[in-house]
Design a protein around this ligand. Structure first.
Ligand code: SAH
Length: 340
């Protein structure tokens, strides 16, 4: 059956028209789903019993079960959700002074094969639908009885490898009658699928774009991220400049520092050269070592030296606070699980 959460508001109105219903009914349903966060049609008390029955015959409402919930000593929470098809995905909730941020997964597994990421090495199964992405937010809001204010597409999967569903999820998250989270509070992170960066720029959405850069030469980046063999650093930078010109938004470059790999002052120098004059910010992440991975964390001292070099040379750089590493909820530690 069709999951009603897979439709953005315009599409749902069309579905209602097809059913012989008035479009404003779709708005009412949208409100029940995303503002009140109900899990059954029976709770939608301003719809006639007849309409509720009709909807039950037409649509399902995807509602996740929590298989496991872990809490870090820093308050970060990690959920393992049963996505109702023998697979499970992870979602992370972080609490900051300015509100709650959720890190959502976009795929079951990932095809990108980044050598330092735990989501690699687990087989790719399938894309998540828009509704399955959005339900991660709804399930956490129900469980914690909170309103989430920021969404980052930084969980399992490559969001731009599931472009249409991610875009539809963003429309539902962003819609004032939906989850009503402003585009400026939605970040999408990509390993660098260049054509999709152009597409995303053309949506003119005002979302924050994060680029997982991690290295400054094609040789080093290709060794860490196979996608670089397809789209070089030069092509990636061109696409980033286009994104900035279209949206006037600052891009966030993610750079995970690994010992003896990409942490030297030579690397920092090349990074400055690459980013000079661009509207951007660099997020330095102490790399989280994964099982069998060949990368180990840079020392704090080296990370600070790297940051200081960037800052002294006109590139704004900050070190990302590490959250949830004691429950494997930090960057690159999420993995897909199989229930059967
Ligand atoms: N596929 C997308 C979304 C994943 S976001 C992307 O690559 O951007 C997860 C972020 O964590 C990315 O910036 C990724 O490169 C980074 N990451 C992956 N493994 C990591 C690790 N072991 N330590 C630190 N960061 C890591």
């Amino acid at each position: 059956m069709k999951n009603i959460k897979d439709y953005n508001l315009d599409e749902l109105k069309q579905e209602f028209i097809k059913l012989g219903e008035k479009p404003y009914r779709a708005e009412q349903v949208f409100k029940w789903l995303y503002t009140t966060n109900v899990t059954t049609f029976d709770e939608m008390s301003n719809l006639s019993l007849e309409l509720r029955e009709k909807l039950k015959n037409e649509f399902s409402i995807c509602v996740y079960n929590i298989i496991k919930k872990q809490e870090s000593s820093d308050g970060t929470k990690k959920y393992l959700f049963d996505i109702l098809d023998t697979n499970a995905i992870e979602t992370v909730l972080m609490s900051y002074h300015h509100g709650y941020t959720i890190c959502v997964s976009s795929q079951v597994g990932c095809k990108m094969g980044c050598k330092f990421c735990a989501s690699t090495g687990i087989q790719f199964v399938r894309n998540l639908t828009a509704g399955e992405i959005v339900e991660q937010i709804l399930a956490v809001q129900r469980d914690e009885n909170i309103k989430i204010s920021n969404v980052v597409f930084m969980g399992i999967g490559e969001p731009f490898d599931n472009y249409d569903n991610v875009l539809n999820a963003i429309k539902i998250i962003n819609n004032q009658k939906g989850l009503n989270i402003g585009a400026r509070h939605i970040s999408v992170s990509t390993s660098g699928l260049v054509p999709k960066i152009y597409d995303f720029a053309n949506e003119e959405l005002q979302c924050t774009l994060s680029i997982s850069l991690h290295a400054t030469t094609n040789e080093k980046r290709s060794a860490m991220m196979p996608i670089n063999n397809k789209y070089s650093i030069e092509e990636l930078m061109e696409a980033c400049k286009y994104y900035i010109s279209k949206t006037n938004k600052r891009i966030s470059f993610e750079y995970a520092l690994a010992k003896d790999n990409n942490e030297s002052i030579e690397d920092a120098k090349r990074l400055v050269k690459l980013l000079k004059g661009m509207l951007c910010h660099v997020n330095l992440i102490p790399i989280n070592p994964i099982d069998n991975g060949k990368y180990t964390k840079s020392t704090n001292e080296n990370i600070m030296k790297f940051r200081d070099y960037l800052n002294d040379n006109g590139i704004v750089a900050t070190i990302r606070r590490e959250l949830g590493s004691d429950i494997d909820a930090a960057c690159g530690q999420l993995r897909r699980k199989n229930l059967k």
